[in-house]
Design a protein around this ligand. Structure first.
Ligand SMILES: NC(=O)c1ccc[n+]([C@@H]2O[C@H](COP(=O)([O-])OP(=O)(O)OC[C@H]3O[C@@H](n4cnc5c(N)ncnc54)[C@H](OP(=O)(O)O)[C@@H]3O)[C@@H](O)[C@H]2O)c1
Length: 301
């Protein structure tokens, strides 16, 4: 199995590439501004804004997993032109570069394509993006749907970064280690999945033949506040470090955000062999990986 992962220097892409290589896949792991090295992978700089996709045509992947994106939600709001260029136009160029190669194409989309006024959104519900980031993801989803052998995966995840930046879970952990209080939203709900569990599902999708849109997220629904409490509990930190906060109280947020991004994952549960963890078990698995030094391995140590 030959897999090309774009955004392999990012949170999800690095984990997918690392796990695929560990399972014996031939992986071309593409980064842009942050050169990283992932054990067992061929590394390649690939600016998806450039018109040069010769690396893809030479590699001839069985599957492209497209994780590269402009993911900063407030950044996209501040610069919608850049958001469109990276999330829509570059996806279109990548799809064109794949024409005639016969590969599968998996596109990473988001839980925030919905308006978020009800719990557990299912794949068939109409989308209602509230901000520039989500609008670009919806637009890109539509382009990907025109590619013959595709899967669009909507999700929300946490996990271990290959770069020295902090994901939500890593940020929580570092604050708790320093004994710092954190504010967490009581009125934002989501279905977070551990990036490793999500990577299992994506690698299964890469090798399979499912076509269409699938929600692959944590099994359940939780507020950011409850997630932070659960995280503190699993690691044995003082839960009083977690302070409740309402979204409206934070002025720094530029982009409008849906308040309930939880996803109905019944399709994934019925079609995938991968066992999707509930939110509690996902955090337990995260701790297990942390304790076993998983991140060192991911970072090549
Ligand atoms: N994080 C979440 O919970 C979440 C939720 C829903 C959906 N998603 C989607 O899942 C995917 C992965 O997200 P993530 O959080 O893992 O991403 P991330 O950590 O923010 O990383 C973004 C990646 O995009 C790459 N990139 C940016 N500009 C590029 C360019 N011009 N050419 C090539 N690569 C470029 C970056 O490469 P360099 O750093 O090397 O420049 C980096 O590898 C994205 O499509 C995102 O929209 C994420």
């Amino acid at each position: 199995m030959k897999i090309l992962v774009t955004g392999a220097s990012g949170l999800l892409g690095a984990n997918i590439a690392y796990m695929a290589a560990q399972r014996g896949a031939d992986v071309l792991a593409a980064y842009n501004e942050h050169p990283v090295s992932i054990r067992g992978c061929r590394m390649q700089r690939l600016d998806i804004l450039s018109q040069d996709f010769s690396a893809i045509r030479q590699f001839r992947p069985d599957c492209v997993v497209h994780c590269a994106a402009f993911t900063n939600v407030d950044g996209c709001e501040a610069d919608p032109g850049k958001a469109r260029l990276l999330n829509v136009e570059a996806t279109s160029r990548l799809l064109k570069a794949c024409e005639g190669l016969g590969n599968r194409f998996i596109f990473m989309s988001t839980d925030s394509v919905f308006g978020g006024d009800k719990p557990f959104h299912s794949e068939g519900e109409p989308v209602r993006p509230l901000n520039a980031y989500s609008r670009t993801k919806v637009e890109a989803e539509r382009l990907v749907a025109g590619f013959p052998n595709h899967a669009v995966v909507r999700t929300n995840f946490y996990g271990f970064n290959i770069q020295e930046k902090l994901s939500f879970s890593e940020w929580l952990h570092s604050r708790f280690l320093d004994g710092e209080k954190i504010n967490a939203f009581t009125d934002f709900f989501f279905s977070p999945i551990l990036a490793n569990n999500l990577s299992d599902a994506i690698l299964e999708l890469a090798a399979g033949s499912f076509t269409g849109t699938m929600h692959v997220a944590g099994d359940g629904r939780i507020s950011k506040y409850e997630f932070a409490l659960l995280f503190a509990e699993k690691f044995g930190f003082d839960k009083s470090l977690v302070l409740p906060k309402k979204m409206a109280e934070v002025e720094a947020l530029k982009a409008r955000r849906p308040s309930d991004c939880s996803l109905d994952i019944s399709k994934a549960k019925s079609l995938l062999r991968t066992r999707i963890l509930n939110i509690d078990s996902g955090i337990e698995k995260y701790k297990e990986l942390y304790d076993s030094g998983y991140q060192k391995g991911l970072r090549g140590g």
